[in-house]
Design a protein around this ligand. Structure first.
Ligand code: FUL
Length: 715
């Protein structure tokens, strides 16, 4: 009898213990058993979790990039590596001003381009003379990295380093073992001279092209160095902790899995996995069930959205009027932080070595807007008959609504009717990312009305919708992987923001201005002044054939609310221009589309049948003699970047027969990752009636070229 009882207790406690037993978690990587079914794989995917470093990084939400080097002084995006250190001479460099400005903007970490592709080092490295030590700045005794580190200490900001693997200055680049040693020495200096480093950023960009130097990077050695010297740092982009979201536009995927098939980093074995699967950072679907079905392992590899507050990564005076508007910044916030990613916002210091006033002002506005929006969570401590679901609205990040059965529904009652137009929802990703589909409804006039729905959540999903007033909210988690853990669910009222006006000019030089908001009053100026309510009203298209700056602003509510000021700078319009020659064109994309004043249409050479190889050219008759100071190339504007020109040549002529080559840099530096309109200025103005643009190489080595628009600069 006694033995029976003991046996019974033993069995019961084993059972109890096994029920309580935690499900197995997989940190950073899960490898499936051969022959695992999709269902088994999905279940394991649900329990793939971040490393503590990845989790800490994710919680930063907003981080900053500082692009600063010789390019700041040469007005370039990619230096060639032959820049003299003499040109590096900021007059008022103040890293405290950077950090304070960024911190006031809500940023939690700052990454400095310690060495960009041009090879110039912002710290007095022992590895090369191509550094601040050879510059006139502080008589060669300065150290930008140290000044930033100290400012970060002072303001309690985390600190990261960008070190470009591609180096256009180092003599040994291409002599693989030698350069690897050189690179590791640079890395070692950065990781040992400046205290704690929280993020190391390795850029994947390389513009060497097929005939350039070939360097085999020793990623194993690079990663070992970091793990040894800064074990708590995350390594980004060509790193194994943080993934490039795939564009430099500021927009992440609506369905953004941190659980991905993409194998991280640069190690050859991981590259082989991606090559076999045919995937890369820009692949749209990296984590759906369809993808999981095909793969034998998954990685916790969360996305980072890097974007510049201006069109370029480095400071250019010509972009002072093109600092992204508040509406655009808020849009980027919702599309990065609000889409399960960390925002890495670049704010480049100017030639003084200061964050420009325009950028600083925008950052301040941005932060104020977010603070106002997040000020009151109308769902906080709401009541619910679903006791477990109340943990999602208790304001505590560490507690969560644990869902076992799907779909799961929770209704929340507010104490009174509240107005809201933004929702934020979070999963407890310490234990993985699970949710695949959810929706939110509100009780309006006695009926449930769907106000938002989406797919993944992850660390955070934020959605905007037209304002609703209600006191009853319903959240439904419709689909998920092995249950779900919802840690927070919030509703806010964001201040209304007028979207930016859109200014367009057609081939004939007629300008139109529109705004998305219903019944706006739009005013504009042509003399550079800020449009006010008393400026000229836009009522019908007007002619601006010779170009100029159009500044426009939209007003609503009887001038009580105004949009940001939008500026478009135009040169001479292509009304009189004619294509006299183009080597070939796809039937749907004739060469005329490159000069039709509409960047949405393009000249494209054939890509399926009769594919002709590069180079390709287009020759244009300007219809009159002009003094050309430069030219512009606008890449295609659809999502496909195929055929975007990378290397080019530009010629002018008086008669359309004898051509003169104009000396230019010959490359649109960072166009592959950041396909914005390119401006090329000539050393000397050229009098000409004709021009010829020659595409020599496309960004991915394609045989064809695509041209949204080609323009000239005469101002
Ligand atoms: C790119 C680089 O080529 C750009 O110059 C910039 O640094 C950006 C963040 O990454 O790939």
């Amino acid at each position: 009898m006694k033995t029976n009882l003991i046996l019974y207790i033993l069995i019961a406690s084993t059972l109890l213990f096994s029920c309580k037993k935690q499900v197995q978690e997989y940190e950073k990587k899960v490898v499936f058993e051969p022959g695992a079914t999709l269902e088994q794989k999905v279940k394991q995917a649900a329990h793939l979790v971040p490393t503590p470093q990845q989790l800490d990084w994710q919680k930063l939400e907003m981080t900053a990039f500082v692009h600063f080097t010789v390019n700041t002084f040469t007005d370039m995006e990619w230096g060639h590596g032959d820049e003299s250190p003499e040109i590096f001479n900021p007059t008022q460099l103040d890293a405290r001003q950077w950090v304070k400005t960024l911190k006031d903007g809500g940023m939690k970490l700052v990454i400095l381009t310690c060495k960009h592709h041009d090879g110039f080092c912002l710290w007095p490295t022992k590895t090369t003379e191509h550094s601040v030590a050879s510059s006139p700045w502080k008589d060669g005794k300065g150290d930008v990295v140290r000044e930033l580190r100290e400012a970060c200490n002072e303001f309690g900001m985390k600190f990261g380093v960008y070190l470009s693997p591609w180096d256009r200055n180092a003599q040994c680049y291409g002599d693989s073992p030698k350069y690897n040693e050189f690179f590791v020495s640079q890395l070692t200096e950065l990781l040992t001279w400046y205290g704690k480093v929280d993020e190391v950023w390795f850029d994947g960009a390389n513009g060497e092209g097929p005939n350039g130097k070939k360097q085999e990077y020793d990623w194993n050695m690079y990663y070992d160095t970091i793990h040894k010297l800064q074990p708590d740092a995350v390594v980004a982009i060509v790193g194994e902790d943080v993934r490039w979201v795939g564009t430099e536009s500021g927009y992440g995927r609506e369905t953004e899995w941190s659980v991905t098939a993409l194998a991280p980093g640069g190690r050859p074995e991981n590259n082989a996995i991606n090559t076999e699967l045919g995937i890369g950072a820009t692949t749209e679907d990296l984590g759906s069930r369809a993808v999981i079905d095909k793969v034998s392992q998954l990685f916790w590899f969360p996305a980072e959205v890097d974007v510049s507050i201006r069109p370029g990564w480095f400071y250019h005076e010509s972009e002072d009027t093109q600092v992204k508007s508040l509406a655009k910044m808020v849009d980027i916030y919702f599309s990065s932080v609000g889409r399960n990613a960390v925002l890495l916002l670049n704010v480049p210091p100017d030639t003084r070595g200061l964050i420009n006033e325009n950028d600083a002002a925008r950052l301040k506005e941005f932060r104020t807007y977010l603070d106002e929006m997040l000020d009151e969570d109308v769902l906080l401590k709401a009541n619910s008959s679903n006791k477990k679901a109340k943990k999602a609205v208790d304001g505590n990040d560490e507690s969560y609504w644990k869902i076992n059965e799907l779909p799961a529904v929770a209704e929340f009652q507010l104490s009174g009717k509240k107005r809201f137009n933004v929702l934020s929802i979070k999963e407890f990703i310490d234990k993985g990312q699970r949710v695949e589909k959810f929706k939110v409804e509100a009780m309006v006039d006695g009926e449930w009305k769907e106000i938002a729905n989406s797919t993944t959540i992850g660390y955070k999903k934020m959605l905007r919708f037209s304002a609703v007033e209600s006191n009853q909210i319903r959240l439904t988690i419709e689909e998920a992987r092995d249950g779900a853990l919802i840690s927070n669910f919030n509703l806010y009222e964001a201040p209304e923001l007028l979207s930016d006006p859109v200014i367009q000019r057609n081939k004939e030089g007629m300008v139109s201005i529109s705004a998305e908001t219903p019944h706006p009053i739009i005013t504009y100026t042509l003399d550079g002044s800020e449009p006010t309510k008393d400026s000229k009203r836009f009522v019908e298209t007007f002619a601006l054939p010779d170009g100029g700056d159009v500044k426009a602003r939209a007003f609503v509510n009887n001038f009580a609310d105004a949009s940001a000021v939008l500026v478009e700078s135009y040169d001479i319009c292509p009304a009189k221009w004619k294509v006299i020659d183009a080597d070939t064109s796809h039937p749907n994309n004739p060469a005329e589309m490159a000069i039709d004043g509409n960047s949405a249409t393009m000249w494209h050479t054939p890509w399926e049948n009769d594919v002709a190889k590069q180079p390709h050219h287009i020759s244009v008759d300007l219809g009159e003699n002009l003094l050309l100071k430069g030219f512009t190339y606008t890449p295609r504007v659809d999502h496909n970047k195929s055929g975007t020109a990378f290397r080019y040549a530009f010629y002018v002529s008086d008669n359309g027969t004898n051509w003169k080559l104009i000396p230019t840099k010959g490359e649109f530096s960072n166009i592959k990752n950041n396909p914005v309109k390119q401006f090329v200025m000539f050393d000397k103005p050229q009098n000409a009636r004709y021009f010829k643009f020659v595409s020599k190489e496309a960004i991915n080595g394609e045989d064809w070229v695509s041209v949204g628009e080609i323009g000239v600069l005469t101002k």
